[in-house]
Each structure stands twice: as C-alpha cells, then as structure tokens.
Ligand binder design. Sequence first.
Ligand code: PLP
Ligand code: COI
Length: 338
Amino acid sequence: MKNLDWANLSFGYRPTDYNVRCYYRDGKWGEIEVSSEEYINMHMAATCLHYGQEAFEGLKAFRCPDGKVRVFRMDENAARLQSTCRGILMPEVPTDLFCDMVKKVVRLNQEYIPTYESGATLYIRPLLIGMSPQVGVHPATEYLFIIFVTPVGPYFKGGFSTNPYVIIRDYDRSAPLGTGMYKVGGNYAASLKANALAHEKGYACEFYLDAKEKRYMDECGAANFFGIKDNTYVTPKSTSILPSITNKSLMQLAEDLGMKVERRPIPEDELDTFEEAGACGTAAVISPISYIDDLDTGRRFTFSEDGKPGPVSTRLYNLLRAIQYGTAEDKHGWTTVV
Ligand code: PLP
Ligand code: COI
C-alpha cells in the first residue's frame, strides 16, 4: 500500500503507476497495452479536439473488509459507453475488452486502492477519443480507448450529509433531442458556467429543468435526482439526462425494501410534496439535498428541517455501500471481485 493520507483525499486527480490503452485501427481493436505515461501523443486535427468525439465513463473499485477488491456494475458502464458510441458515431468498445481493461488497471494499481476505513475509493475513468485527423465534420477512423484510475475522497464536502442546490434557468446542459443521455464531454462543457454560478452563490450544485418547457426536474450537474414520498421512490424520466447506474441500482434497492418506484416527469411544483430528496451518482453516491432554491421565483423547497439526511436516504445509502463493500448479500450480482 502506498503511504497516502487516505482519509483526507479530495475528489481530484492523483497520479498512479499505470494506465491501460487500446487502439482501434483498420476497423478493429488491437491488443491491450500497459503504460506509465500520463500524456497522450495525438494529431492536432484529431476529432476529439475539434468536434467533440469524446466519451468517458466513471466507476469505482472498493477495498473491502474481507480483504477483497470489488468493482461495481462494470458491465453497465460498458453498455452505457456502447450507447454513447452509437450516439456520436464511434466504434463500440466490446464489453469483454472493457471489463478486461478495468480489471487489469485496478490490479496494476492495487497499492492505490484506499483503505476500507478511510471511506475513500479508487475512481476508474475510461475515456474513448477520436484520434485521426479531420477538418470536415466527420467521424475519425482511428480511436484510443484508455483507462486510468485515481484514489478519491467524497465528491461533495462532508460525504453523506445534506447540501443546498439551486435551479438555474439561464443555462441548459443538454437539449431534449441532444446528447444529454450520452456521457460526452460537451455536456460538461455546457455545465461549467452554471456550475460556477451555483458555487459563487454558495450552493453545492446547479439543478437543470427540462430545456423545452422549463417545467420538469431534469438532473444536477453530475448526478441524477430522486425524491421520496409516501413510501415511493420518484425519479425523472427525461431524454436529456444521463441514465445513472447508481439511480438504476437505487430503484432496485427501493423495490427490494418494499417501496414503490416511479420513473416519470417530475414537475417543479411537486418538489413541495417530497419528504426527502437526493442527488445520486458514482462520484456523489447519495448526496442528500437540504433544500433547492429557485431564485427566479423566490421559492425554496426544503427536504430536511434539521439539516440531517432523511431515514429512507440513509437506509438506501447504507444498503448500497454494504453491497459495494461486500458486507451485505449481493443478490443481484452487481459486484465483481478483481
Ligand atoms: N448524471 C450525470 C450528468 C453524471 O455525470 C453522472 C455521473 O456519472 C450521473 C448522472 C450518475 O451516473 P452514475 O450513477 O452512472 O455514475
Ligand atoms: C461520476 O459520477 O462518475 C461522474 O461522472 C461525475 C464526474 C463528472 C466527476
């Protein structure tokens, strides 16, 4: 084990020893290469630089109390990347190649997987980029799929504690028929200003309404939204949000706990009726929301009177964590021991 201050890691980039790479050339994927190089050598007219032919994924590896290392639902990340590839005309990374590379890069960097007690994890970042030159707007013919890892602490300060969010109307991160359901860099570029604005005003994160009607809850900067009421887990159905694997897992766990699950458009007005609300994602895990402000209307929707996470969010969080760390039964076969 490396000698890092595991318990005080931020969510940021720290170098590790290895990354893994695979090139797509002449219509096929090559061999997996191991690299210690942090830089990529590429053509200045590469399509990833000019035309946004870039997709990424995010998943985590956990050092568990039984001494094993587990990765959470990597087949789902592979499937989502394939969907993104179809969306922006990149060659699909086969699931086997994706999973072999994830396992390899985690094993190679096992000394960087944070201790169980620290609550930190190893974040795994797969990245697919168009490498060959184009000046006309066309897809590349050559691609690089690369995976690096980095040990991370909590995405939001304080880990599992409530944070305030703000609805931003002046910016959209994606359009109803745009690329919101794909994990492409352009969506995040579109979110930078709104995110900075939210931070400037003292909020943890910006919240997007649907771009067309500005009536329905879409998602937060880098996480899906859910609300809890009447023993029901409610989460938005929208074409402009990323299909979160954490959210999909929480829907299943809510059902396992005997709750109802509803995936449907959520009008902003309905926020008033939720007993609890949270943001969820690989980085965020569950980040309970204290309140959401709508500065344009002056409304504040409060989900936690005492500033503490609610009982249902807490239960879901503990269950998800326990499965990820191998301390609860993995009934759905979500984890892979690496
Ligand atoms: N929504 C956005 C925009 C994200 O960037 C992420 C992070 O990946 C999520 C939602 C959560 O998705 P997941 O749970 O698969 O990490
Ligand atoms: C993740 O949860 O994996 C994300 O993608 C968040 C991120 C953009 C930092």
